[in-house]
Design a protein around this ligand. Structure first.
Ligand SMILES: Nc1nc2c(ncn2[C@@H]2O[C@H](COP(=O)(O)OP(=O)(O)OP(=O)(O)O)[C@@H](O)[C@H]2O)c(=O)[nH]1
Ligand SMILES: [Mg+2]
Length: 426
């Protein structure tokens, strides 16, 4: 579990005993709480119990109601818990009030996720991104903290000692954030050079995306072993956030059918916004992919929820318009095949046992190298995303700006055509 000392350095401590607290605004939060429990365990916290409150409007001072705070204090004492973990992100004021009322460590879902990322990051870039996200989380909470301290330090208009300390802290953090951003920009530059080298090789790119623990790395390893490259295997483990850094491997199945496969960080619900921002750079690779494989753990009963969360992040990083194939994994754990409700093309596999790999490869091959067809499309002006897609990803023969949209005569893959056939002028 990560805490900060006076100089904003991370202090590592071991094994906490925690109670989880959830707030429901009428929705069922069982899954979300299960996930919080998984996150806590991944951070090395022992979960003793949980408390849920149904509340239409969260209490601005303590998130949960006053009565619930007292109940929580009793529960914490009885169970000898030293930590309380909230499923919602807490404001600086809520954190402070709750810590005062409970006199134990109070943590929220965001800091827990950031903590796991901090512990797992191995690359320089990964570490910097997590640190930046941690500082971004800390900055506004520092302000809240400072206000209360300055009230203690004197009346209106006076600067208490707390305020001075706050100023130093804030300056220290701002400076560190600046340094990190500069270094990240440098790393990004190097990567774009690498990318342009790769683009010269003109290999198509396929990116694995999906919820954490869905089997993205397992699928990458399966494809590597099919192309006799077991020695290039990536980390695959039964835990949340096993992969943090984007990894690339080339997969060569037969002559002229080689592609680059990218394994990426997994997602989780309520992924802190600052972390998505921070990881946008590493996930930027995804926005250059020709095809996304959205990997789903179909043995998880509520996998639709995971699909929604993943789709939202895919949108947020600007990869929403990419060609996508739904890959329902872990079918070895199921009695019958899962149902796809997304309407996208889908394939049902087991990365572990190797079921339906041929089928998956056929689909990938078709999408990447499949035969091209000629089409005449009229793309409305409010769908500039589609026009740019056509320009970048297909062979444009004719392009003409007309009254009600851009007219294209293009050569494109069957999959692209299927996606765009609503705009066919024929
Ligand atoms: N039964 C079964 N287990 C699988 C299958 N595919 C992956 N797993 C297991 O699921 C766990 C997670 O797999 P990973 O490949 O690490 O998952 P990931 O999507 O890369 O996870 P993150 O890197 O955390 O985002 C591992 O223990 C895998 O062995 C499958 O088809 N069937
Ligand atoms: Mg992984």
């Amino acid at each position: 579990m990560v805490r900060f000392n006076e100089n904003n350095e991370i202090i590592k401590e071991e094994e906490y005993r925690a109670i989880l607290v959830g707030l429901s605004r009428g929705e069922d939060i069982t899954y979300s709480m299960d996930e919080l429990s998984g996150l806590a365990e991944a951070a090395g916290v022992q979960v003793l119990g949980q408390m849920i409150q149904s509340l239409e409007k969260p209490n601005p001072a303590t998130l949960i109601g006053k009565g619930k705070v007292s109940e929580l204090a009793e529960m914490q004492e009885a169970m000898e818990a030293d930590t309380v973990i909230f499923n919602e992100e807490l404001s600086g004021m809520q954190l402070r009030n709750l810590e005062e009322a409970l006199s134990v460590r109070v943590i929220d879902r965001t800091i827990l996720i950031l903590d796991i990322f901090a512990a797992r990051a191995t690359s320089r870039e990964g570490k910097l991104q997590v640190e930046l996200a941690q500082l971004q989380y800390r900055m506004p909470r520092l302000t809240g903290f400072g206000r209360s301290l300055s009230r203690l330090g004197g009346g209106i208009g006076t600067r208490g000692p707390g305020e001075k300390k706050l100023e130093t802290d804030r300056r220290h953090i701002a400076k560190r954030m600046d340094d990190i951003k500069k270094e990240l920009a440098q790393i990004k530059n190097t990567r774009s050079v690498q990318r342009s080298q790769r683009e010269k090789s003109e290999l198509p790119v396929v990116a694995l995306m999906g919820y954490t623990n869905s089997g993205k790395s397992a699928l990458m390893n399966r494809l590597l072993s099919l192309s006799q490259k077991e020695d290039k295997a990536v980390t695959e483990r039964d835990m949340l956030f096993a992969t943090l850094d984007t990894q690339q491997r080339s997969i060569c199945l037969e002559k002229n059918h080689e592609f680059i496969l990218i394994d990426t960080v997994g997602f989780v619900s309520k992924l802190p916004h600052s972390l998505i921002q921070a990881f946008k750079a590493t996930l930027e690779e995804v926005t250059y992919a020709d095809l996304l494989l959205h990997v789903v753990d179909s043995s998880y009963e509520n996998y639709d929820f995971h699909i929604d969360v993943t789709n939202r992040v895919i949108e947020e990083i600007g990869a929403g318009g990419k060609e996508k194939l739904m890959v329902y994994n872990k079918i070895d754990r199921l009695g019958q095949l899962p149902v796809d409700a997304t309407g996208c093309e889908s394939v049902f596999i087991s990365a572990k046992r190797g079921d339906n790999m041929e089928l998956l490869l056929e689909q990938i091959k078709e999408k990447l190298f499949g035969s091209r067809i000629k089409a005449r499309l009229l793309i409305p002006y409010d769908r500039g995303d589609l026009s740019s897609y056509l320009c970048e990803k297909t062979a444009v023969l004719v392009m003409d700006y007309r009254e009600n949209g851009t007219f294209f005569e293009v050569e494109l893959s069957q999959a692209d055509y299927n996606r765009l056939k609503a705009y066919d002028t024929v």
